[in-house]
Design a protein around this ligand. Sequence first.
Ligand code: GDP
Ligand code: MG
Length: 162
Amino acid sequence: MIPVVALVGRPNVGKSTLFNRLTRTRDALVADYPGLTRDRKYGRAHLSGYEFIVVDTGGIDGTEEGIETKMAEQSLAAIEEADVVLFMTDARAGLTAADLAIAQHLRSRDKVTFVVANKVDGIDGDSACAEFWQLGLGEVYQMAASQGRGVTSLVEYALAPF
Ligand code: GDP
Ligand code: MG
């Protein structure tokens, strides 16, 4: 079975940018408009000898009533169907209430989850990422998806067991 990797996180953290890089397409909409990708989007990725399905999601902002909106529902569905979750956050924006709400959900699921602090280009990644340990999901992986920094190493690490 080909592993399924879901990209989860609040809007505007860089999920579609990473999706496009992994799948080498422009199929997933990348925009400055939070939440533009409204439905789950699937692509096939080949990287460092690993083949996997990557799932882009519209994002959860944690403010929906009971996280019940359609956009949040498909993000939750993507988590359920995934073998690996890449939980993306924005190192520049810092830790937000939405990140904490998503982390609480992820901790309640039995899923292999990696916390990604994206957008570390041009900033001090180590100090920007320190607060993301508060998510309670372990190691924080630094990435600059738009530059391709940190992508291959995380994929190799995350997919090694599959
Ligand atoms: P999504 O809503 O999570 O899918 O986020 P997008 O992929 O649409 O990206 C939102 C914005 O962040 C866009 O303007 C991207 O160009 C920008 N972005 C994504 N990754 C990076 C990164 O690594 N560094 C920087 N500086 N900007 C990024
Ligand atoms: Mg998107």
